[in-house]
Design a protein around this ligand. Structure first.
Ligand SMILES: [Fe+2]
Length: 415
């Protein structure tokens, strides 16, 4: 899945143009940093690792590396770099994800069937496009770069979204392997912050929500608007594995009355008895992580939950999930522990357009708007989110049965 952005988004041009080396150098530096991070994340993976597509929702690492490259070729070089020649005539078909406006594309659920180009050839594709983009930055005029900077920002943020998916997708693939490989044996789950004052109270008030600052954002964060929030209490802390184990011991996964009907159907069909990537060995629960299998730490935030599970847990606990507006107001006040950097947090808000939202014209208008139905909003960011990619107004979204992402929850209450 990719998520969307806006070519009308405000970019931090003022800071870049004020840099000593100017706008072109600023764009080149930012571009190469993001491109290198993609390759850094792929580096520990063999060509075989990069080939696997362990389910339709996940994509091969090789595909992520190629698709993010196609994005630059399609939307920057192809439209704005005079005389640019695509690296290969078939790659637009193979590596377009869902952009109907950009032409026909290979079926998403068959991305793992594509053994050629090889991982090495995708590396050559990346280097070819990197060189072309850098050449473009260096040769374009200041006015053209200023006009295209918002598009470049979309490309950078798009690639960062795929960097997160690279971790979630390879973890899902490794979790299917009976010998449970590690991506990085030294990786550790981030430690949670806990404070004694568990509940944050938000009094009733009208707040501005959505993106208002002069900085990059995706189009789904706009228009900013006023919303009535509270009175509500929001948990400062994330729900932990220990709390989740209590839900499990109490028969949470078997008690239909705790679940939405669709949720219990999904749990029954998939035989969910614990969060995603958990397994029970000799009576002890283990968690598949980027470091391989580890014991479940009762103090760590629970992870790999579907919306259905988060909703059932909240009902079992006699609480609720917060709305995305409640989350945003609390997070903006800096009052939530681990709002960012460990697990995305399910809210009970449907992923819908903000009042007055319209997708932009053209292919990039397909980035976010066409997904605004049947999904739920998650807020914050996760341990897989690249540095500099998260913000308080960021709206992530997944279908309610999805649980291969780094997803957890915090509770709300209205008493
Ligand atoms: Fe994408």
């Amino acid at each position: 899945m990719t998520k969307q952005a806006s070519a009308t988004a405000t970019s931090p041009l003022s800071s870049r143009s004020a840099a000593p080396d100017g706008l072109a150098q600023g764009l080149e530096t930012a571009f190469l940093a993001v491109r290198n991070e993609t390759e850094r994340r792929a580096a520990p993976l063999s060509p075989e690792d990069q080939q696997i597509q362990s389910m339709a929702d996940a994509s091969p690492i090789k595909w992520h590396r190629a698709h993010t490259t196609w994005f630059w070729e399609q939307f920057l070089l192809g439209e704005h770099a005079a005389g640019y020649r695509p690296f290969h005539p078939d790659f637009a078909f193979l590596f377009n994800s869902y952009y109907v406006s950009a032409g026909p594309r290979h079926a998403r659920n068959h991305r793992g069937d594509i053994t050629r180009p090889s991982a090495d050839e995708v590396g050559a594709y990346r280097r070819y496009v990197d060189a072309a983009v850098v050449k473009f930055f260096r040769e374009a005029g200041e006015d053209e770069l200023r006009a295209l900077a918002p598009l470049v920002e979309v490309g950078l943020n798009h690639e960062q979204q795929h960097q997160e998916l690279m971790f979630t997708d390879i973890l899902h693939a490794f979790a299917q392997n009976p010998v449970y490989p590690s991506y990085d044996k030294d990786w550790r789950f981030p430690a949670a912050t806990r404070t004694g004052d568990h509940w944050l109270t938000l009094n009733e008030g009208i707040h501005t929500v959505g993106h208002v600052e002069d900085s990059f954002h995706f189009d789904n964060e706009k228009p900013a608007h006023r919303a009535l929030v509270g009175p509500v209490k929001i948990a400062r802390n994330l729900v932990t594995n220990g709390e989740w184990l209590a839900f499990m011991r109490d028969g949470g996964y078997r008690t239909a009355t705790l679940w939405l009907m669709d949720g219990f159907a999904a749990a029954s069909k998939e035989d969910w008895q614990a969060p995603g990537h958990w397994r029970e060995v000799d009576g002890a629960w283990q968690l598949m992580t980027l470091a391989g299998v580890t014991p479940v730490d009762p103090d760590a935030p629970v992870c790999h939950l579907s919306y259905y599970e988060a909703d059932a847990f909240a009902r079992w606990a006699g609480k609720h999930l917060p709305t995305e507006m409640e989350w945003e107001v609390a997070a903006r006040a800096g009052q939530l522990n681990d709002a960012f950097g460990i697990v995305w947090q399910w809210t009970r808000s449907s992923y819908s357009p903000y009042p007055g939202y319209r997708a932009i014209e053209g292919a990039l208008g397909e980035y976010n708007g066409k997904f605004m139905v049947n999904q739920l909003v998650l807020r914050g960011s996760s341990l897989a989110t690249p540095d500099g990619h998260s913000r308080v107004t960021y709206r992530n979204f997944f279908y309610p049965h999805h649980r291969w992402q780094f997803t957890g929850l915090r509770l709300a209450d209205y008493v």
